[in-house]
Design a protein around this ligand. Structure first.
Ligand code: SF4
Length: 217
């Protein structure tokens, strides 16, 4: 996809975006303005429905403001607090280890570099980039399954996995779009460009889409 087409694509999606719902972790990051809450909510949201994540994170962020709060909380209480998100035993243990790591190695602060974030317990590139983009408002592209799938369908990249997609997107996507790209494509992927049966006939960017063009041939 050419540079002008990428600009056009993002601008169309931005125009459409207010109609759609921002991902829950982005909303919470915006509300709390805290990299710590962004990190914890991103981890809690793994394999969990948005509504459940929202309810649990709302309660969690009222009670827990720092890694020390997690360490001070008895494991059973922590498990009860996050129980609805599922896998609560693993996630509670993971939070305890994460809190210990943050206190021991980072003076209780969430690091603000990709390299250091990736050293944290249970943190992969997706969560690390989300923390940078939403928690620290730094340019970073959080590539989840929506971003990977749609970037390939549109023809912005031709990649096999989210890591390759992240690297290729950083080469072609103007930096000013990096932070919002995940939000736009998650909303777009949940409503129009779904994993199966994308709603191409309703799609506002179909004229730019390689997949659509190849289907119409
Ligand atoms: Fe997705 Fe279809 Fe739109 Fe292409 S035209 S971006 S495949 S919904």
């Amino acid at each position: 996809m050419r540079k002008e087409e990428i600009h056009k694509l993002v601008e169309i999606l931005k125009e459409e975006f207010p109609k759609w719902k921002a991902p829950i972790v982005s909303l919470l990051a915006y509300k709390t303005k805290s990299p710590f809450c962004t990190l914890v909510c991103a981890l809690l949201s793994t394999r969990t429905r948005d509504e459940t994540t929202a309810q649990v994170c709302e309660k969690f962020t009222q009670k827990v403001k720092s890694p020390q709060d997690i360490l001070n909380m008895p494991l059973e209480e922590l498990e009860r607090l996050i129980y609805p998100v599922g896998f609560y035993r693993n996630k509670a243990r993971q939070l305890k280890e994460l809190a210990r790591q943050l206190i021991d190695n980072y003076s209780g602060k969430v690091p603000d570099s990709l390299e250091e974030l990736l050293k944290l317990k249970g943190v992969g590139r997706k969560v690390a980039n989300l923390v940078l983009a939403e928690g620290y408002q730094r340019p970073a592209i959080c590539v989840d399954t929506h971003v990977h799938r749609i970037s390939n369908r549109l023809g912005i990249v031709k990649t096999k996995d989210p890591y390759q997609t992240e690297i290729e997107l950083m080469k072609v996507l103007p930096v000013e779009y990096w932070r919002d790209f995940n939000k736009l494509l998650v909303a777009f992927g949940q409503t129009i460009c779904k994993p199966t049966k994308p709603k191409c006939e309703e799609c506002p960017v179909r004229d730019l889409c390689e997949y659509y063009k190849s289907k119409s041939l």
